[in-house]
Design a binder for this molecule. Structure first.
Ligand code: NAD
Length: 275
């Protein structure tokens, strides 16, 4: 596994496993257990996904020491809007059945609430119950709103990113300010964008060259850019495929060739439109 050192010194695996839309219960518990067996050491959930109970149970019963697994969860939008930040965090910990998380993220800016939320997220960091704190779907102006009044820079900004939406200006902003970028929907999310992405000649040719799948080429592109990524699949063969990335690397020219596929095409909502 490759790791990224966050701005407070905490180490986070460059590749993780996302569980959006994997239903609470056996489906999620088994998927997370399988991912851990396959070698993943980072799991990304959220209050919104309503599967924290199963994620926590899978981690607790995995047989892997807790400190070897990096767990992320996120503050839900209704709790942010209602100001229930500390209560929501404690409720997540209770559902997970754990006494700390590795990373707690503000899931969405929900402007202007992000400004009053961040000091409470800092309080969670100070309590030791989250080893790192960060945000998700923040644009530079949202980041500036919170950093200008705070001594804690978010460790992570988790954003939509894939070869049709490379987010170069936001990546540059994050890197300049010591914020590690993390990509969601790295494989373009659901069809049809994903299908178009997988047959793009640049991706397909690299898949042939390295004897890898298009998904593996795209995930390796993320890692070669230094972007932390969290693909999702409930299918055991794909869970394994998506971590089989450590026996090859793209050249800088190949990374740049994938960058040129950008079409500024989102598959998810725009944080400036859906505040
Ligand atoms: P993704 O890009 O990971 O794609 C998931 C889809 O690709 C699924 O349909 C899956 O079956 C398919 N797939 C996975 N591996 C494949 C493979 N090797 N070959 C072919 N198809 C494959 O999209 P996602 O689930 O939207 O994003 C990943 C994770 O990011 C989520 O699980 C969640 O943890 C996180 N996320 C965060 C936000 C946010 O707002 N912070 C939003 C969306 C997702």
């Amino acid at each position: 596994m490759l790791y990224k050192t966050l701005n407070n010194g905490v180490k986070m695996p460059l590749l993780g496993y996302g569980v959006y839309k994997i239903p609470e219960g056996d489906a999620c518990e088994n998927a997370v257990k399988y991912a851990i067996e396959a070698g993943y050491r980072s799991i990304d959930t959220a209050a919104l996904y309503e599967n924290e109970k199963s994620v926590g149970k899978a981690i607790r019963t995995s047989g892997i020491p807790r400190e070897e697994i990096f767990l992320t969860t996120k503050l839900g939008n209704p709790d942010q809007i209602n100001g229930n930040i500390i209560e929501a965090f404690d409720a997540s910990l209770t559902k997970l059945g754990l006494d700390y998380v590795d990373l707690y993220l503000v899931h969405w800016p929900c402007a202007p609430h992000h400004q009053t939320t961040w000091p409470l997220i800092e309080r969670i960091l100070k309590s030791g119950k989250a080893r790192a704190i960060g945000v998700s779907n923040f644009q530079p102006h949202h980041l500036e709103d919170i950093t200008k009044h705070s001594s804690t820079t978010p460790a992570i900004n988790q954003i939509e990113m894939h070869p049709f939406f490379t987010q170069k200006p936001l990546l540059d902003y994050c890197r300049t300010h010591g914020i590690a970028p993390q990509s969601w929907s790295p494989l373009g999310g659901e069809r049809p964008v994903q299908e178009q992405l997988f047959v793009a000649p640049t991706i397909a040719n690299l898949a042939t060259k390295y004897n890898k799948t298009p998904a593996q080429i795209i995930l390796r592109w993320n890692m070669d850019l230094g972007v932390i990524t969290i693909p999702k699949s409930a299918n055991p063969a794909r869970i394994k495929e998506n971590i089989d990335l450590f026996d090859f690397a793209l050249t800088p020219d190949e990374v740049a060739a994938i960058d040129t596929l950008n079409q500024n095409q989102r598959v998810g909502p725009d944080p400036d439109v859906h505040a």
